[in-house]
Ligand binder design. Structure first.
Ligand code: ADP
Ligand code: 5GP
Length: 190
């Protein structure tokens, strides 16, 4: 199939919620597991949610050209897409789902071209975005503020992606995501 879905947008917009829904529903989709130097959150599992690695290990992988793209998304927190993930997923005959920040998403879209659909997940408002990050209880207050500052810049980039989904009501956005998948993969899914 050799196709990919790139899901991007600010932290807390609902990217993982939507990606989890799609991957749960469509067995032909598979997550690309990113590498990161941030600490695992409670409940996160190494090699499932991320490859949690140290900064020196991350830098070695950069030197060995093991990433398609990588970013220091937040202060001293590196995230990157490993080339080996693409081989792993395509070799299994699946399509890839990437959940990445906006810069990574632009890089991936450029790399995959028409083989990829890039989707920007937009929160209904910045106030709601803050509420969601606070409700998720995963970030300290300074990390929250850094995510909010970055979100304002990221939302301005929404138009460069193939599609924008406003994540207000969950059932509505799930239905819209279904339609995007149906279109992109030429499948009947309802
Ligand atoms: P991201 O992956 O973009 O950082 P998440 O998927 O982790 O965002 O969502 C952030 C938080 O907001 C989670 O606690 C999630 O359950 C919640 N959430 C996601 N979408 C909605 C929605 N439409 N309405 C209310 N809460 C939502
Ligand atoms: P979190 O710490 O909330 O899991 O992720 C923070 C941000 O990093 C999110 O916007 C997430 O999508 C992004 N991210 C996760 N993996 C990658 C990756 O491989 N590359 C890039 N560029 N960003 C990523």
């Amino acid at each position: 199939m050799n196709k990919a879905i790139i899901i991007t947008g600010p932290s807390g917009a609902g990217k993982n919620t939507i990606a989890d829904y799609l991957i749960g529903k469509f067995s032909f989709l598979n997550y690309s597991i990113s590498a990161t130097t941030r600490q695992p959150r409670e409940g996160e599992v190494d090699k499932v949610d991320y490859y949690f690695i140290t900064v020196p290990d991350f830098k070695t992988k950069i030197e060995k050209d093991e990433f398609i793209e990588w970013e220091m998304v937040y202060t001293d927190m590196f995230y990157g897409t490993l080339k080996s993930e693409i081989n792993r997923i395509w070799a299994a005959g699946k399509a890839i789902v990437f959940v990445v920040d906006v810069i990574g998403a632009k890089d991936l879209k450029q790399y995959f071209g028409d083989s990829a659909l890039s989707v920007f997940i937009k929160p209904p408002s910045l106030t709601e975005l803050r509420q969601r990050i606070m409700k998720r209880r995963t970030e300290h207050i300074d990390a929250l503020e850094e995510r909010m500052r970055r979100a304002k810049v990221e939302i301005k980039m929404a138009d460069v992606f193939d599609k924008i989904l406003v994540n207000d009501d969950l059932d509505t956005v799930f239905g819209e995501a279904d339609d995007l998948i149906a279109d992109f993969f030429n499948k009947k899914i309802k």
